[in-house]
Design a protein around this ligand. Structure first.
Ligand SMILES: [Zn+2]
Length: 107
């Protein structure tokens, strides 16, 4: 099964190498692949949620305000940019950047 998971991960990374931002007030029950949910409250972005781009299916939640760790996200020409990089400290331990909507893996 490990080999299947690895193959799926390659597929997922290829299929969803670009994430598109979706503004929402509330997170939908089922998150779509390749979508980055930009959580808004009264026109103010406070969080980001998306499925991990490695294909593990885990939810990644980022704070845009409040206490550390906190990320800076912007949408320029419709493309999402997040700084600093995202490094999951649990599960798959994926480490990546999102630049111009594209997932840039840190090897
Ligand atoms: Zn993952």
């Amino acid at each position: 099964m490990k080999i299947l998971r690895k193959l799926y991960s390659y597929y997922y990374r290829w299929r969803y190498k670009k994430y598109t931002a979706v503004r929402c007030e509330e997170l939908p029950e089922k998150l779509r692949n390749g979508k980055c949910y930009y959580l808004m409250d009264a026109g103010f972005a406070w969080g980001l949620s998306f499925k991990c781009p490695c294909g593990c299916g885990e939810l990644v939640n980022l704070n845009l305000v409040g206490s550390r760790p906190v990320w800076n996200a912007s949408i320029l020409d419709g493309e999402l940019n997040i700084t600093p990089s995202i490094w999951r400290n649990a599960g798959c331990k994926s480490h990546f950047w999102i630049v111009g909507g594209e997932i840039k893996w840190v090897i």
